[in-house]
Design a protein around this ligand. Structure first.
Ligand code: UDP
Length: 238
């Protein structure tokens, strides 16, 4: 067994990453292989918390902006994250992984409420914990929720699984000469306005000294590489 660099991780999976090429809804051809790798990391002893996004169904500002009240639109986004949390739970359970979903907005018929001490107990027992509903508050993102939960559960690192393989100085989909960074400081990200995470999430991780590793989910094995400290993607730290 390889030595794991990180004992406890918080994986942030964006909703879009779960949709695959269709960019909407759930693509089980994507989710399955991702869950296979999460199971492998779990079996190797890594304690895993997951925050899921909801952008494959609904993003408050993008989809509701100007058409509806912002807070309500954000509530819809948080509900979307719960759909993804349940889908991930199911896929992991099908693989024999012990999983609990905890939501920041109580939905006690379908998931546990978020209780930090219970979440950490689950992790200690080797269960994967999926955090739904982001922070439970409108005007925030699931990236910020990922940092918040990482701080609360004492995660060693935030693994930010994206549709791109790291942080670039410009959009690599638009600029073929875009340069990828191996390492950035939080201040670089804030000062250069790099689109890795929103500024609230970046500031919160800076204040709490939690490194963020940004990498592509298109190769799910990257999750295992990241947990083992292989040099992939872009690391954002002090
Ligand atoms: N959201 C929110 N508060 C939170 C987290 C999320 O209001 O703490 C809402 C917000 O409308 C957001 C949507 O849920 O657009 C989906 O989350 P996000 O956009 O972060 O998902 P991702 O882009 O990672 O799929």
């Amino acid at each position: 067994m390889e030595a794991q660099k990180y004992k406890r991780v918080l994986i942030k999976i964006s909703g879009e990453a779960l949709a695959g090429d269709k960019h909407f809804g759930l693509n089980f051809d994507v989710i399955g292989p991702v869950c296979d790798v999460i199971k492998k990391c779990n079996e190797e002893g890594c304690e895993i918390g997951i925050v899921v996004g909801g952008g494959n169904f609904w993003r408050g500002v993008k989809d509701g902006g100007g058409k509806m009240e912002r807070t309500r639109a954000d509530h819809m986004g948080m509900l979307a994250t719960t759909i993804n949390a349940l889908a991930l739970q199911d896929a992991l359970e099908q693989r024999g992984v012990d999983v609990r979903v905890q939501t920041a907005i109580e939905m006690n018929k379908i998931a546990e409420p978020y209780i930090r001490s219970r979440a950490t107990r689950h992790l200690e027992k080797g269960r994967v914990v999926i955090f739904g509903c982001g922070t439970g508050c409108p005007f925030f993102s699931t990236d910020t929720a990922a940092v918040l939960r990482a701080a609360e559960i004492g995660a060693d690192v935030i693994l930010l699984a994206k549709n791109v393989d790291g942080v670039y100085d410009s959009d690599p989909a638009v600029n073929p000469d875009a340069k990828k960074y191996d390492h950035l400081s939080y201040m670089d990200v804030l000062n250069q306005g790099l689109g890795v995470m929103d500024s609230t999430a970046t500031s919160l991780s800076m204040d709490n000294h939690i490194p963020i590793l940004v990498f592509a989910l298109s190769d799910p094995e990257n999750i295992h590489r990241a947990v083992n400290g292989e040099k992939i993607g872009t690391i954002v730290e002090e």
